[in-house]
Design a protein around this ligand. Sequence first.
Ligand SMILES: [Zn+2]
Length: 79
Amino acid sequence: MALARCDDHRPDPVEPETVSYALPLGYPGTAVTCDVVGCENPARLWLSRDERSAFVAGQRVFPIGGGVKVRVADDLFPN
Ligand SMILES: [Zn+2]
């Protein structure tokens, strides 16, 4: 499951291990907001190693919890 976090609340590399991030479509004008309580900043989608592999293989839709899935753009960034 990807982690939706803003620039002020970037995840530690171990919670869970995040190796890359992708941007929700339209970022920073995205509807996806940071999952930290009280924060409403636009979120990047932090990907695990397996999710990074799926991204490289062409996957662009990732679950973020609560049954919500987010479509990301075609660029991939290192953590
Ligand atoms: Zn935040």
